[in-house]
Ligand binder design. Structure first.
Ligand code: SF4
Ligand code: SF4
Length: 183
């Protein structure tokens, strides 16, 4: 079990809070590992269904990337504040690894081998997919990871357009049938 050793930007947190964060993170890790087990157990028929949905999901994520990329490249590489922390007050991401839920995990995982999460990152208050940038392919992020834009990015990106694409992602996720994957 990992211990929260370096509180990063949240030095003010009490040990009790840090223990709570790590307990949540360790649960998130278990949940994430179950998502992978579920994926590996899918039948060929289920994978056929999943592939179709996954292509839609990844296409929308790529489209969003096309809209935001120049602002992200310009700002994030020069930013001294990594916002992919586990316990940033406004965006606690330790409820699941990489912020994945079971549906977006399956959609992202389909036909792609994702990089191994670096769980030791949690000791430094960082997302397991962080290593000087996100290690996940841009079209394999979780839905929640498409939700957060800092004020700097928001001021440079056509957010109305992004919101339209986010609605499309949501409809792929809500229209997804876990039942079809369970046969
Ligand atoms: S999204 Fe904003 S806060 Fe996060 S790394 Fe980029 S510029 Fe920095
Ligand atoms: S998965 Fe990538 S974008 Fe999302 S919180 Fe982790 S490092 Fe950041």
């Amino acid at each position: 079990m990992l211990k929260y050793r370096d509180p990063g930007m949240n030095n003010s947190r009490s040990q009790k809070d840090k223990d709570k964060i790590m307990a949540a993170f360790n649960n998130a890790r278990k949940k994430f590992e179950l998502y992978e087990k579920f994926y590996l157990g899918l039948s060929q028929e289920a994978k056929k269904y999943l592939r179709h949905q996954s292509e839609q999901y990844k296409k929308i994520l790529s489209d969003i990337q096309g809209i935001i990329l120049s602002a992200v490249q310009k700002n994030c590489s020069a930013c001294s504040h990594c916002c992919c922390n586990l316990d940033a007050p406004q965006i606690p991401i330790c409820e699941s690894v990489g912020w994945f839920g079971h549906v977006d995990y399956l959609l992202a995982r389909c036909a792609t081998i994702l990089p191994d999460p670096c769980y030791e990152n949690a000791e430094r208050n960082l997302c397991p997919f962080w290593s000087d940038g996100c290690t996940l392919p841009p079209d394999c992020r979780s839905y929640r990871c498409t939700e957060y834009f800092c004020h700097r990015l928001e001021s440079e990106i056509d957010m109305q357009l992004v919101y339209k694409y986010k609605e499309k992602i949501q409809s792929v996720i809500t229209g997804f049938s876990i039942g079809q994957c369970m046969g």
